[in-house]
Design a protein around this ligand. Structure first.
Ligand code: PLP
Length: 421
């Protein structure tokens, strides 16, 4: 057979990824429900400690959540049975949307099958249907927002990360009659930094722009009721649309948007990724409702996570581990090279049973490859001591690591050099 060799094409492409150290190798985990943070990895036949889970508050293994999901599974069965329009809307869905709207102080909310789909569906609908819309997007926005904006076909203007002055310069140059959408995240997942939300809202007011904030890494975690950074900072009322996930702070799967009745109804009526996809299983929704209820009323998980993140960060700094200057619960550790990141994470896993997935391009820019450490309320002092010992062992085993991390990027360079001295 002549012509295009499909198998060879795939083989060559994968070989290139391997050569660059970017080929992704998955763990093969059996998570222990009782501990929530230990798992058996079938790939290496070893019990390991997970330090890179996005089940930030361990709600995925909380007894209230498990009970609610189990009861609903027995009551309603495994699946929703259809799209939301065609038999897939259960009372659980209706109630969760009501509760999410209430959590964020908004009139309405809408569920999606993931946070990715929520961003893609909402942004593509907003950008496509608002006439001559211009979308202003933070340079470090997540892939799901970038794709949503791309799918909208609207004009896109990228502003420098968290640089509201750059945003204002750019927004001021656009015709005042055009609809303007400002898209950003409240907490950035790879650097762990927060957005200047108030300054962005001030600009939105001055230029009559619509604000869309992704609170994926903040819902459940920040604010007195876990409604995110906008709640913590008293800014919920100044944001037009809040987007969140149900897979991280709330421990399960799914995504949502919250806003005015009209804006949410508009997306419900236009978004292909909402209309043509089967609804979340009611049992999952029931579990999420239990997580949401718990986190609204009880801040214990949030406080335990904050304490663990602070103590880990201090100990990493004391031991010369190049943790980036993140003010949030996310603790990125700079490495600066894909192959080295893989070698270090393999070392941590094999020598110490510490599981941290390396973060590579395109998730982060080339040359800023890193570890992304995410503590949980269930990690103990002993787990923390074991992690620090393992990081010290890796630091000593790879002498090229710290100089490389120090030269990896501007902000980090300063902190890393300080750490080394
Ligand atoms: N938005 C941001 C900022 C994310 O980091 C992610 C995923 O990590 C998503 C959206 C997608 O959320 P989900 O995992 O629920 O699809």
């Amino acid at each position: 057979m002549t012509g295009f060799d499909y198998r060879q094409f795939f083989t060559d492409d994968l070989a290139q990824l391997r050569e660059e150290g970017r080929y992704r190798v998955f763990a093969d985990l059996e998570r222990e429900m009782m501990s929530g943070i230990y798992a058996y990895d079938h790939r290496i036949n070893k019990r390991i400690t997970i330090w890179c889970s996005n089940d930030y508050l361990s709600m995925g293994v909380h007894p209230d959540v498990i009970d609610a999901a189990r009861n609903a599974l027995e009551q309603y069965g495994a699946g929703a049975g259809g799209t939301r329009n065609i038999s897939g809307t259960s009372h659980e869905h209706v109630m969760l949307e009501r509760e999410l709207a209430e959590l964020h102080g908004k009139e309405a909310a809408l569920l999606f099958t993931s946070g990715y789909v929520a961003n893609d569906a909402a942004l593509s609908s907003l950008g496509r249907h608002m006439p001559c819309c211009v979308i202003f997007s933070d340079a470090l926005n997540h892939a799901s927002m970038i794709e949503g904006i791309r799918h909208s076909g609207a004009d896109k203007v990228i502003f420098a990360h968290n640089d509201w002055r750059d945003l204002e310069r750019k927004i001021a140059s656009v015709c005042k009659y055009r609809p303007k959408l400002i898209c950003f995240e409240s907490c950035y997942s790879m650097d762990g930094d927060f957005a200047p939300i108030e300054a962005i809202c001030d600009i939105a007011d001055r230029y009559n722009a619509f604000t869309y904030v992704d609170e994926v890494h903040a819902v459940g975690l920040y604010g007195p009721h876990g409604a995110g950074v906008t709640e913590r900072d008293g800014l919920q009322g100044r944001i037009d649309m809040i987007q969140g996930t149900l897979s991280k702070g709330f421990g399960a799967i799914g995504g949502y948007i919250a806003g005015t009745h009209e804006a949410v109804d508009f997306i419900r009526s236009h978004a292909s990724g909402f209309i043509f996809s089967t609804a979340l299983p009611p049992s999952v929704v029931a579990g999420i409702r239990a997580a949401l209820r718990h986190l609204r009323e009880d801040g214990a998980q949030r406080q335990a996570l904050a304490r663990r993140a602070a103590s880990l960060k201090t100990r990493m700094i004391e031991n010369g581990i190049p943790v980036m200057p993140s003010p949030s619960h996310i603790l990125p550790v700079m490495i600066g090279d894909a192959a080295l990141a893989k070698a270090i994470t393999d070392h941590l896993m094999v020598e110490s049973g510490i599981y941290i997935q390396p973060i590579n391009y395109p998730t982060v820019p080339r040359g800023t490859e890193r570890l992304r450490i995410t503590p949980t309320p269930l990690h103990t002092d002993e787990d923390e001591a074991a992690l620090i010992a393992a990081l010290i062992s890796a630091r000593d085993a790879f002498p090229g690591w710290l100089p490389l991390a120090a030269s990896a990027n501007g902000n980090t360079q300063h902190d890393v050099l300080e750490l080394q001295s």
